[in-house]
Design a protein around this ligand. Structure first.
Ligand SMILES: Nc1ncnc2c1ncn2[C@@H]1O[C@H](COP(=O)(O)OP(=O)(O)OP(=O)(O)O)[C@@H](O)[C@H]1O
Ligand SMILES: [Mg+2]
Length: 262
């Protein structure tokens, strides 16, 4: 079990939903450029013809021993500089990346916004709403029932009939969030998916995150907008070079992070 750090906020009275126990994640980058070996396909072919050894494997130790427990009703903001390990941590919690040491225990299957929705660029927004609902485990009946609400929430109007590849980044993000938010999740992970939305959508999505929290779920929100974190989250985790620098009440973590990074 994870050790609770002293700075950890004692938030909701709920049950634990995610326990991260001394997690380490190591990426192995095959053919990373070192010296003359630039790792391109011509070099790979040359190595093959000359029966040379395989290219070097470089290890990136992105998460270096992270432990914390998340509870029902927690909305946890995840802050940290570029490359500090936030997305890696989120992908490991969602089960999309294996732990090289330690473990993640999660209630149900955490939903990673953008991936679980499995949207298809060649299909219309409307068809993606249908497929997204089915992919989240709804029945056809349920999917039909939720359809109009999702389209309305997305605010895409007539564009909902257009193929997704014609959508702007923000429009795609709106649709993804609208689909994911149509269902209560034990654990919902939002990794910068709201960053490209406009003001109207940001307000709507932040409100929905609060509702999901009340429905006794746990929401992780990775964002570089400190305002968004303090508006939406009760707790925040500051990730720095693969370790937790601070875990506590959102306002104080954000303040400490800003003090050091501005
Ligand atoms: N697929 C990958 N293969 C190898 N290394 C990776 C891979 N993805 C991330 N990394 C490395 O892991 C470290 C953490 O990256 P990560 O994407 O988790 O950072 P982040 O905190 O989400 O950054 P950002 O704020 O820019 O989104 C970085 O050093 C990065 O170079
Ligand atoms: Mg990231």
């Amino acid at each position: 079990m994870a050790e609770l750090s002293e700075t950890e906020a004692t938030p909701a009275t709920g049950q634990p939903t995610v326990i991260v126990d001394d997690l380490h994640v190591v990426y192995r980058v095959i053919g990373a450029a070192n010296g003359q070996d630039k790792g391109n396909s011509a070099n790979a072919l040359k190595r093959l013809l000359l029966r040379q050894q395989r290219p070097s494997v470089k290890e990136v130790h992105a998460i270096r021993g992270i432990s914390f427990t998340a509870y029902e009703g927690d909305a946890i903001g995840v802050v940290g500089r570029n490359g500090s390990g936030k997305s890696t941590l989120m992908r490991a919690i969602a089960g999309l990346l294996p732990a090289s040491q330690g473990a993640v225990y999660a209630l149900g299957q955490p939903s990673f916004l953008g991936v679980n929705a499995a949207l298809m660029s060649g299909l219309s927004g409307e068809r993606n709403v249908e497929l997204g609902c089915l992919a989240m485990g709804m029945s056809r009946e349920e999917a039909r029932e939720r359809h109009d609400d999702i389209v309305e929430f997305s605010g895409l109007d007539e564009s909902i009939k257009m193929p997704m590849r014609t959508y702007s980044t923000g429009m795609g993000a709106r649709l993804r969030f609208a689909i994911a938010a149509a269902k209560s999740h034990d654990v919902l992970i939002v990794d910068e998916a709201l960053a490209t939305g406009d003001r109207d959508f940001r307000q709507k999505s932040e409100k929905r995150i609060q509702e999901l929290r009340k429905e006794a779920g746990t929401v992780f929100l990775v964002s570089h907008s400190m305002k968004q974190i303090t508006r939406t989250c009760n707790r925040a985790i500051w990730v720095d070079e693969g370790v937790i620098r601070m875990d506590g009440e959102a306002e104080s973590v954000v303040q400490a992070y800003l003090d050091e990074n501005s």
